[in-house]
Structure formats: C-alpha cells, structure tokens
Ligand binder design. Structure first.
Ligand SMILES: [Zn+2]
Length: 315
C-alpha cells in the first residue's frame, strides 16, 4: 500500500448490516459447502445464493421433526396392522392419536430451545469449516487491497472484524482506513478498533478521526493515549496528546475521570476549549475537581485576566 497522504482515496462506504447476535452474520453456500460473513448475497465462487445460518438451522429442525413424525406414524400403523382384535385396533388408534397430539404440543413448547440446541451443535461441528470460510473472506479482502479497491476491502474487513476481535484484523482495518480520505458522513468506528498493545497505525487513524468527529474519542480511547503516551509523543509529538486531552473537555464525566491528564496540558488548550472547561468547573462547584480547579483559576488570573469572556471567573 502507498503511504503518501496526498494519494488518499475518496470513497463511499456502504452502511453496515447490523444483527442482534454475532452468529447471525454467518451464511453458507450450499454448493461450495463454504461459510462466509461478508455482505454478498451470492457466492463469489459459484454464484449461488447464500443461505443464512438461521435458515440452515430451520431446515435441520424441520428435517428432524419430519423424521420423528414419520417414525410415530409407522409405529401407529404397525399397531393397527398387528392388532389381533377390533378392540386392540381402536386402542392403538386412540394411543396413536394421543401420541401425535402430545408430540405436536411438545414441539410447539420446545421449538425455540430445539432451535438453539441445533444451532449450538451446528456451530460446534462446523467450527473448522467456519474458520476456513472466514479465511477465504479475508483473502478476498487482501486481493481487494492489492487491486486498490479500498472501499470493498474495508467493507469486507469490517464484517470480518465484527466476527473476530483479533488485533490482526483490527490493524488491517486501520491500515486500509489510513489510505482513505475520511469524511464526517462516513459511518466511522474507533473504539472497536483499539488494539491490545501500542500500534502506530491505530494512533495515526485515531488522530485523523479526532479532527472529523471528536465524539468518537471515548473513555477507552483516551485511556489508550494515556497508557502509551511515551510512544505517542515519540511518534506523533506532544500536540497529539494535547488534542486528545482537549477532547476530554466535552463532558463533565470525562473531565472528572481524566482531571490529572487535562491539568498537564491546561496552558496549551486553545481559548475556546479552556473557556468551556472554566464554564463546566464554574457551574459545578460541588464536584471534586482536585487540583484542576485551582490550576485553572490560576491560569485565568495569569493569562485571561483582562479577557471579557473570562470576566465572571475573575474574583
Ligand atoms: Zn459457492
């Protein structure tokens, strides 16, 4: 991939498909006997329509119920045929009818748990096949990157990333994102991409996201910047830490949580950010701000004493 920032690709990303449970993203091509988690409706290899996992489980449950119903029917028939007298014939007929009715009632009562049992079984038995399928999806994404089809590559990696939470997938997603011209109207994600150790590509992406949508810089992300601050200052300079500390000023809760971190960079914040902080401190006099409040008021005295915007904070 090129690393020249001038050559970023302008692309359109499709909306993400959301499912209630992770496994619901799984589907299968019955012809190739291969699983996939991508958004395509047709198998890229043979062109047949994918069957969603719930559809697969439904047909397994249906087949099971059908086989059992046939078995019961055969048993009843044997009973009728083998009945020596009319009385035993009626008896086996009545038992058969009662048996079938109770079977139907029980099936309705337990259909949901039966569905769940079959799903669990399918996921367990087909685990290797599922892994191989996702590997195939991942190879397709790799080919897209090579062909510089970044939108397609990213969409594939996003679907895979919703299924597999490994650092490797996260970093691959971030690397593609770093080649794309990010825009505010894109459905960007940050928190799900935080890796478990320091990664330069991730920080580069996070700093880019910060410029576009600071609401994505969540508590977890700020914590990441604090934990790896030395590496981040080394690779991206002090300004990046100041910018992240600045995003913590948008909520009272964040200011409380990261007061020590904010305090370190107080004098470097632009005026509007610092004014915002003073407003929050001023309107919540009972909160425990620690030494942040004191330091902020001292800065007001020193730097903004004659600034009319800060007039109400000057005692
Ligand atoms: Zn296929």
């Amino acid at each position: 991939m090129k690393v020249n920032p001038m050559a970023k690709q302008a692309i359109q990303l499709s909306k993400k498909k959301r499912t209630k449970y992770r496994f619901q993203k799984l589907k299968m091509c019955k012809k190739c006997n291969r699983y996939s988690v991508l958004q395509d409706e047709h198998c890229p290899k043979c062109g047949s329509t994918f069957v969603e996992i719930e559809g697969l489980v439904n047909s397994i449950v249906k087949n099971r119920l059908f086989t059992e119903a046939i078995r019961i029917l055969i048993l009843v028939c044997i009973g009728i045929v083998a009945a020596p007298t009319v009385k035993t014939l009626y008896l086996s007929l009545i038992t058969g009818v009662i048996f079938v009715i109770s079977y139907i009632i029980l099936t309705f009562v337990f259909i949901k748990s039966e569905h769940f049992i079959q799903l669990k079984k399918l996921l367990r038995v087909d685990l290797r096949k599922i892994q191989a399928g996702i590997q195939f999806d991942s190879d397709l994404a790799k080919e897209d990157v090579k062909a510089e089809k970044l939108a397609q590559a990213y969409e594939k990696l996003r679907e895979i990333g919703d299924f597999i939470y490994s650092n490797q997938v996260k970093i691959r997603r971030v690397m593609v994102l770093n080649e794309i011209l990010l825009r505010k109207d894109m459905e960007l994600e940050l928190e799900p991409l935080i890796p478990s150790s320091y990664d330069k590509d991730f920080v580069k992406y996070a700093l880019e996201v910060l410029k576009i949508n600071r609401t994505l810089i969540t508590k977890k992300c700020i914590s990441f910047f604090i934990i790896y601050r030395d590496e981040i200052v080394r690779d991206f300079g002090m300004d990046s830490l100041i910018a992240v500390a600045g995003t913590a000023l948008r909520m009272k809760l964040y200011i409380l949580e990261f007061s020590a971190f904010i305090e370190e960079f107080l004098e470097y914040f632009p005026k509007d950010r610092f004014l915002r902080l003073c407003n929050i401190l001023y309107s919540n006099p009972d909160a425990n701000w620690g030494s942040l409040e004191e330091k902020a008021m001292r800065l007001v005295e020193m730097k903004y004493h004659y600034d009319p915007d800060f007039k109400r904070f000057v005692s």
